[in-house]
Design a binder for this molecule. Structure first.
Ligand code: AP5
Length: 192
């Protein structure tokens, strides 16, 4: 079993690379952002609640996201492994994920920390915003998402450094080159 976390600021290419990783390594792609947006599109009561956070560029509260994780995991534990995209985003979420996976003896193998310069992040988010229909792809909300990333998610870098699991990926390169570098890092942990 191979469990991978892909971590990085908004617009760094997590979703783009996760889709490729999932295909190449036959992993289940768990994107909390995608699951939350599906709920918003279906206008469920959960969807209405989470839109209050997403539309402001804030994190959805841990209890809601963790319940989603447990429900999802319960239904997919037969998977050959997971690529966690956009999750965890807080220390509370990281600890909960470790607990869940360690209980089953299938810990996280590697955490890919994708680094992209701020100006490029905005360029990408604004570019996507032209046709994504995403309510959080405006400049003002993207700024807020980035501030939230720095305050609430960046501490995870130290959390996973302490576990010796972080590999830094230069996300400024073209998509194919970023993917090649990611594959090298994955192959290295698979070989251990
Ligand atoms: P989420 O959906 O996870 O969004 P995000 O982290 O803000 O990231 P993005 O989807 O904007 O970017 P990405 O890094 O996936 O890059 P992408 O591949 O799309 O979360 C949205 C919201 O949901 C959060 O703000 C929060 O409210 C909530 N949420 C989600 N998870 C949560 C959690 N765990 N806890 C609490 N709340 C949670 O690429 C972006 C663009 O760049 C695309 O157009 C792409 O084509 C392009 N691109 C990608 N790579 C490259 C490259 N190498 N060169 C040039 N262009 C590139």
């Amino acid at each position: 079993m191979l469990n991978i976390v892909i971590f990085g600021p908004p617009g760094s290419g997590k979703g783009t690379q996760s889709a490729r990783i999932a295909k190449k390594y036959d992993l289940r792609h768990l994107s909390t952002g995608d699951i939350l947006r599906e709920e918003m599109d279906k206008k469920t009561s959960l969807g209405k609640k989470v839109s209050e956070y997403i539309d402001k560029g804030l994190l959805v509260p841990d209890d809601i996201v963790l319940k989603m994780l447990y429900d999802y995991a319960a239904g997919h534990m037969d998977s050959p492994g997971f690529i966690f995209d956009g999750f965890p985003r807080t220390i509370v979420q990281a600890e909960a994920l470790d607990k869940l996976l360690n209980k089953r003896g299938i810990p996280i193998n590697i955490v890919l920390s994708v680094e992209v310069e701020e100006q490029e992040l905005f360029k990408r988010i604004m570019g996507r915003g032209e046709d994504s229909g995403r309510s959080d792809d405006s400049e003002e909300i993207a700024r807020q998402r980035l501030d939230v990333y720095k305050e609430q998610s960046m501490p995870l870098i130290d959390y996973y450094k302490q576990q010796g699991k972080i590999v830094t990926i230069d996300g400024m390169k073209p998509v194919d080159e970023v993917f090649d570098r990611i594959c090298q890092a994955i192959e290295a942990v698979k070989a251990v």
